[in-house]
Design a protein around this ligand. Structure first.
Ligand code: TYD
Ligand code: MG
Length: 399
């Protein structure tokens, strides 16, 4: 194992122990195994680490159970894969499995009592186990109701120990609600090895899986899926899907962002509409509100756009959330296009971090972004300052 959890230690009677020098520590890079879902492997950092504990959070209905059952099905061909269901009955899971296909060898147990679950894992020792969901587990030693903070914490701590000792790679499903009223994955983040967040609107087909914590790899990888009638299908080339605008449409631009190691083209849409509000609204979906406020202010100050009397709305395609400054220029372009009523020049994509002085900074991994733009036949917008870039990208160059 790469890392042994500190909780395993300290069972002695308090006797002092000699520390080791790091050079003498023998640590073998753990052999990962594929989950059979390439987009999930990517987010985990190249496969599942044996005996690790992975929390998968997301709103109800986003597709957590579907994703993990698909993965269990694929893994069950090579190794023992167990599903512990507390939410759905065995029969319900069977129906879902029939829809997905390939799950015949998955073992299943409907159980919510924590001691029973732990004992079972210790005896059966499957290579991988999914607990759906951690909020349904309860221990009689903890006084409160299932789903409460203390129950969820106790369950995660016990399962962590079992995962390490019995060598079971364990996925914990955790529901998050928008208002955070249920004791959700947040209270467990420090305990587990990886936290994956499954995002997306259940009314739209696309889902984004994102690593928010990963002890064994990078945290900014994303996986993209489409929910279809036959389960979740990975989208290996999301730029193709999200990186297109309609020719001549005002208020749309293509931004090239970097998600982990993967450059991603995203359509950004903006609407600028006059308002009588003393505090005009700046509303972004998929964009950090502070970043959006900054971009609007820089546009007003350094590109002469009169946005003080207008509401500004920004939307990122596909429900993707941007948290990288390299997308600034793309966002600024979409807003400028909307404000001026001029479409962005066809066949262009934008990336660049916007400084407060209106100067553009080359973002990380510039070459890979250029490559991604070219792959889709788009030319990156050039310019050293925001004003120059707007002049180059907005067709009438009235700037
Ligand atoms: P589910 O995995 O049950 O979500 P979660 O465990 O996160 O609560 O997925 C629920 C939604 O997915 C449900 O509304 C139906 C839809 N779905 C499909 O569209 N196709 C499918 O093949 C499956 C299994 C589910
Ligand atoms: Mg579920």
């Amino acid at each position: 194992m790469v890392a042994e959890a500190p909780v395993l230690r300290g069972r002695g009677k308090g006797a002092a122990r000699p520390p080791l020098r790091l050079v003498d520590v023998v640590a073998e890079e753990a052999e990962r195994f594929p989950t059979g879902v390439p987009e999930l492997d990517r987010v985990l950092g190249g496969g599942l680490v044996p005996a690790s504990l992975v929390l998968v959070g997301g709103e109800p209905g986003v597709g957590k159970s579907t994703l993990l059952l698909t993965a269990l099905g694929a893994m069950s061909r090579e190794r023992r894969a167990l599903l512990i269901t507390g939410e759905e009955s065995v029969a319900q899971v069977k129906l879902r499995a029939a829809r997905l296909g390939g799950c015949d060898d998955v073992e299943i147990l409907a159980e919510t009592e924590l001691d029973t679950v732990c004992e079972t894992l210790e005896r059966e020792r499957p290579a991988v186990c999914v607990i759906d969901s951690v909020q349904t587990l309860w221990s009689s030693e903890v006084g409160s109701a299932p789903g409460s903070v203390s129950q969820v914490r106790e369950a995660a701590a016990r399962l962590l120990r079992v995962a390490k000792e019995a060598g079971v790679a364990t996925f914990l499903v955790g529901h998050v609600t928008k208002d955070g009223s249920v004791a959700g994955p947040r209270v467990l983040e420090h305990l587990v090895d990886c936290v994956l967040q499954f995002e997306g609107d259940r009314f739209h087909a696309h889902r984004i899986l994102r690593a928010v914590k990963n002890r064994f790899g990078s945290t900014n990888e994303i996986g993209v899926f489409e929910m279809t009638g036959a389960g979740l299908v990975g989208v290996p080339d999301p730029s193709e899907l999200f990186g297109r605008t309609h020719a001549g449409e005002v208020g749309a631009a293509v931004a090239c962002t970097l998600e982990g190691t993967r450059p991603l083209l995203l359509e950004i849409q903006a609407l600028v509409s006059p308002t009588d509000l003393a505090m005009p609204r700046r509303v972004g979906t998929g964009v950090d509100p502070k970043r959006l406020a900054m971009i609007v202010a820089v546009l007003a100050r350094h590109a002469g756009l009169a946005l003080g009397g207008a509401d500004v709305f920004v939307n990122v395609a596909g429900g993707v959330r941007i948290d990288e400054p390299g997308a600034d220029l793309g966002i600024a372009l979409a807003i400028a296009s909307a404000a001026k009523g001029v479409p962005v020049r066809e066949g262009t994509a934008a990336f660049g971090e916007l400084g407060l002085t209106g100067r553009l900074r080359a973002p990380a991994q510039r070459d890979r972004r250029v490559e991604e733009c070219r792959k889709l036949g788009l030319e990156p917008v050039g310019g050293e300052t925001l004003r120059q870039a707007l002049g180059a990208a907005l067709s009438d160059s009235a700037n």
